[in-house]
Design a protein around this ligand. Structure first.
Ligand code: GRF
Length: 226
C-alpha cells in the first residue's frame, strides 16, 4: 500500500507512543462528552489520561463531574477576570501548556479560541460539533438543521483552526431527522452519537492513526506511516 506522507501531525502522534495520551478537556457546560471520554478511559477502551479539565463557567456541571471523576486538575478560568480577549487567550495558553497535553479536546467549550492559543497548539486541538459540517456551524446547530428542513444531520469531530467550526474534519456520523422531531429529541439522538464518535476519534489520535495534510485528514494504519 502507498505510504502516507507525514506532516507536522506526526510529531504529536509519535509523542504518545507507548504511553497514555495526555488529554486536556475544555468545557463550559453539562459535561456529557467529558463523561463519555472518562468512561471510555476507565473501561480500557481509550488509552489516555485526562490531565486537566478547564472551564470558563463558574456554574458548569462539568466541573463537579470532573472533580467526582478524580481528574487531577480541574481549573476555572473565567473570561471576566481579564481586560481583553487577548489577555484571556494568553492566560489560557500558559495554563494549558503547563499540563503538557498531547491533545486538547473541546467538549462544549463556548468560546472561540484566539490566534495565540490555536497557533500554540496547531493540529492538537479537536472539537465536537452537533451537525455535519460545513452545514450548520456555530450555535444551535440542531435547531438550525430543523429550521432548514434537513432530512439528515449528525455530528463532526474536527481539528480546530481560527474559524468557528471550520477546521479539517476527522470523523462524522449521520443522524436522520425524524418526523415530529423537536430540538430536544433531535439533540438527544445526536448526543448519543457524539459520545461514540468522540471516543472513536480520540482513539485514532491516541493510536497515531490520524494524518493531516492541508485540509485533508486520513485515517492510516500504523504500517502506512513512513
Ligand atoms: C455538545 O452538543 C457538543 O457537540 C457541543 O456542545 C455540546 C456539549 O455537550 N459542542 P456536553 O457538555 O458534552 O454534554
Amino acid at each position: 500500500m502507498r505510504k502516507v506522507s507525514i506532516n507536522s501531525m506526526r510529531k504529536a502522534v509519535r509523542a504518545t507512543k507507548g504511553r497514555a495520551m495526555r488529554l486536556v478537556i475544555m468545557a463550559s457546560g453539562r459535561g456529557s462528552n467529558f463523561t463519555a471520554i472518562d468512561d471510555a478511559i476507565k473501561s480500557g477502551k481509550l488509552y489516555a489520561k485526562i490531565v486537566a479539565v478547564v472551564s470558563d463557567k463558574t456554574d458548569a456541571a462539568v466541573i463537579g463531574k470532573a472533580l467526582k471523576a478524580g481528574v487531577p486538575n480541574v481549573v476555572l478560568l473565567a473570561r471576566k477576570g481579564f481586560a481583553t480577549r487577548n489577555d484571556y487567550d494568553t492566560a489560557l495558553v500558559e495554563l494549558v501548556k503547563g499540563f503538557n497535553p498531547d491533545y486538547i479536546a473541546l467538549a462544549g467549550f463556548m468560546r472561540v479560541l484566539g490566534k495565540e492559543f490555536v497557533g500554540r497548539f496547531t493540529g492538537r486541538i479537536v472539537n465536537i460539533h452537533p451537525a455535519l459540517l460545513p452545514s450548520f456551524p456555530g450555535l444551535d446547530a440542531q435547531k438550525q438543521a430543523l429550521e432548514y428542513g434537513a432530512k439528515v444531520t449528525g455530528c463532526t469531530v474536527h481539528f480546530v483552526d481560527e474559524g468557528t467550526d471550520t477546521g479539517p474534519i476527522i470523523l462524522q456520523r449521520a443522524v436522520p431527522v425524524l418526523e415530529g422531531d423537536d430540538e430536544e429529541r433531535l439533540s438527544q439522538r445526536i448526543l448519543e452519537q457524539e459520545h461514540i464518535l468522540y471516543v472513536e476519534a480520540l482513539g485514532l489520535l491516541a493510536d497515531g492513526k490520524v494524518s493531516l495534510t492541508g485540509r485533508t485528514v486520513r485515517i492510516v494504519d500504523e504500517g502506512d506511516i513512513e
